[in-house]
Design a protein around this ligand. Structure first.
Ligand SMILES: NC(=O)C1=CN([C@@H]2O[C@H](COP(=O)(O)OP(=O)(O)OC[C@H]3O[C@@H](n4cnc5c(N)ncnc54)[C@H](OP(=O)(O)O)[C@@H]3O)[C@@H](O)[C@H]2O)C=CC1
Ligand SMILES: O=C(O)CCC(=O)C(=O)O
Length: 482
């Protein structure tokens, strides 16, 4: 039984769902590409202007509201999201393909993120700092940025928008949210929960449409004071430049080419399970997904055999089916991109040990998990973010060489090592160029209360989530009273 009713979503502006005067587009199920999940609006810049204007008009009153009162609204939104967990998770699975248990887990995580930031409403917002003047009191306080533009991808359609919007809102900003087209219907349901929780008119505005019109328009809009983005590096750079050019604050979370090192001191069974989970859950479509597996020579063949035995058993299918472990790629363009990387891997001389099989596109954008052997550092599949179920195995002699190979990338989001040797763990922690450093744990999966972000080209050197969110979504005022 499906709970997702095929509905048309318009934009949510100034506290109302607009009647649709603009063209709509169907959001399709990647498991059955002819099946429509719902419709969303292809908005134009006039609609965007209306949304930004609503957010700008609402920002003073929202900023003036007591922070705990803003937090209370987020608590209500968490309860509403949780109440609709099954329906929203099903929409997510049908819209972008991840399995239903993963979609449910993500929706639950959305509720937990909302509660975490709701709690922020009651936490301190500044510090008292000793002044050199004995008669003065000096302290910091925080102000919201104003209007924040939120531009999100399709791979975490609930968690990413929520981990950007919840802190933006609780710290007193108003929001214009532009979701990815591939997950616009799921995003609309998240907005419904926030709206129903009682946000005043104009505090949250939702505008769907293409990235090149609405996303770009948001990043260039003179009345948008901050932009937070997750997605591809190329788009992120453009957004960063547009924001910098007009003096707006920005934060970018972009790609990864995340390595996992397996040393001769590793527990191989644990490492195999972590590589499978980190590399192939969500069909490898996570910026933290394991992409390169760098293995010390002494355990290379044993690790490879153990990995292959389990990868060959993975059941690929419609994410709504109970026995599917991995769903399809999220869209036709992801499917085409992943399959072309697999072809490139073969052309450049890597050995495809298993997977990479497809079925006719009209029957679903399925690709079975692919494992490549003998991958060399200069090959395309060792360098570019694939964002699909593809693992590249690379052989090294020493742990030093493993760390050097792991760092041989323009990205630096997440990196893991599997070892029981404390010296290896210490060298890895010190020398690895990554924002998320994981020891005996998979590369993917982030905790909502911890800072998240990468080094090098993975991020704009900022962090989001946890305490770090406050740094982005507020400005510090240093106050001296005498
Ligand atoms: N770091 C991550 O978590 C993610 C990384 N990626 C990487 O990006 C690749 C392509 O995925 P894709 O979905 O196209 O990612 P994009 O970076 O194109 O999309 C992310 C968001 O940005 C919007 N956008 C697109 N163009 C612009 C623009 N010019 N200005 C402002 N916003 C814009 C998109 O809108 P629209 O709805 O039109 O797409 C979407 O909302 C993936 O294969 C993967 O490698 C993708 C998603 C997440
Ligand atoms: O690994 C995770 O849970 C989050 C990954 C992520 O943020 C992303 O893929 O965009």
């Amino acid at each position: 039984m499906t709970m997702t009713v095929e509905q048309t979503y318009s934009n949510y502006i100034n506290g109302a769902w607009k009647t649709n005067a603009e063209e709509t587009k169907a959001s399709l199920n990647p498991a059955r590409p002819r099946e429509v999940v719902g419709y969303y609006t292809m908005s134009g810049t006039r609609t965007l202007d209306e949304a930004v204007e609503a957010a700008a008009s609402a920002k003073r009153n929202w900023r003036k509201m007591a922070q705990p009162a803003r937090g209370d609204i987020l608590y209500k939104a968490a309860a509403l999201l949780e109440k609709r967990i099954e329906e929203i998770a099903e929409t997510m699975t049908r819209e972008m393909g991840k399995t239903y248990p993963e979609a449910k887990g993500e929706t639950m995580r959305g509720a937990q993120i909302l509660r975490y930031y709701a709690g922020e409403g009651m936490r301190q917002s500044g510090d008292v700092i000793p002044s050199t003047d004995k008669d003065a009191l000096m302290f910091t306080n925080r102000s919201p940025l104003g209007v924040v533009g939120v531009i999100t991808p399709w791979n975490f359609p609930v968690a990413i928008p929520v981990w950007k919007m919840a802190p933006a809102l609780v710290y007193g900003n108003t929001v214009v949210f532009k979701p990815a087209q591939e997950s616009a219907v799921t995003a609309a349901k998240v907005v419904e929960c926030l709206a129903e929780a009682g946000l005043p008119d104009g505090v949250l505005n939702f505008v769907t449409g293409s990235g090149s019109v609405i996303g770009r328009g948001l990043s260039e809009h003179p009345d948008v004071n901050g932009i937070t983005f997750t997605g591809s590096e190329q788009v992120g750079r453009g957004i960063g430049q547009a924001a910098l050019g007009r003096g707006a604050k920005y934060q970018l979370e972009m790609g990864g080419k995340n390595p996992v090192i397996v040393t001769e001191d590793a527990d191989l069974d644990t490492a195999v399970d972590a590589v499978i989970s980190g590399g192939l859950k969500s069909t490898g479509q996570k910026c933290t997904a394991t992409s390169r597996v760098i293995i010390q020579n002494g355990v290379y063949d044993t690790f490879k055999e153990k990995l292959l035995a389990k990868v060959r058993d993975i059941k690929v299918g419609d994410g709504m089916k109970e026995d599917s472990w991995m769903g399809p790629c999220a869209s036709e363009s992801q499917f085409k991109s992943v399959t072309s990387y697999i072809e490139k891997g073969k052309e450049e001389g890597a050995d495809l040990l298993c997977g990479g099989e497809t079925i006719p596109e009209e029957e679903g954008y399925y690709v079975t998990p692919a494992v490549f052997d003998n991958v060399e550092p200069e090959m395309t599949i060792a360098r570019e973010e694939i964002f699909g179920p593809v693992l590249a195995l690379m052989r090294v002699e020493t742990v030093e060489e493993a760390i050097e190979t792991a760092n041989d990338t323009e990205y630096g989001l997440s990196a893991s090592i599997f070892t029981t040797n404390i010296q290896e763990f210490l060298s890895f922690m010190d020398d690895i160029e990554a924002g998320l450093v994981r020891i005996n744990a998979e590369s993917a999966g982030v905790e909502l209360q911890a800072p998240f972000g990468g080094m090098k080209n993975s991020s704009s050197h900022s962090r989001e989530q946890g305490e770090a969110a406050k740094e982005f979504f507020t400005s510090i005022k240093t106050v001296l009273v005498k």
